[in-house]
Design a protein around this ligand. Structure first.
Ligand SMILES: O=C(O)CC1=CCC(=O)O1
Length: 94
């Protein structure tokens, strides 16, 4: 199943900058692993915001929740999930 996932990152100013840098590196590694596995299909930056829009492919809501809650930045993000269905006019059916 495909999901549109919108993430807004809000790292507190009080967080140690070295720790913040480490979490961002871990986030990159984690996201690239999921992208290589095909579970994180698209990752787009929202222009002008510390936010992204992504497309995930997960077998269930529970699997998606596990993937998202494993994000190193999870404690510092607002996440909105929208499940996607095929559009009848689309020439690509997933
Ligand atoms: O910078 C972001 O939008 C948060 C993020 C998600 C995957 C990644 O590598 O960074």
């Amino acid at each position: 199943m495909l999901y549109m996932v919108e993430m807004i990152v809000q790292i507190p100013q009080s967080l140690d900058p070295e720790l913040a840098a480490k979490i961002k590196l871990d986030e990159k590694e984690y996201s690239q692993k999921l992208q290589r596995q095909g579970q994180w299909r698209h990752l787009w930056r929202v222009v002008g915001e510390y936010a992204n829009v992504s497309i995930f492919d997960a077998s269930s809501n529970d699997e998606l929740h596990t993937l998202l809650s494993g994000l190193p930045l999870f404690p510092y993000m607002q996440i909105k999930v929208t499940p996607l269905a095929n559009h009848p006019s689309s020439i690509v059916q997933e």
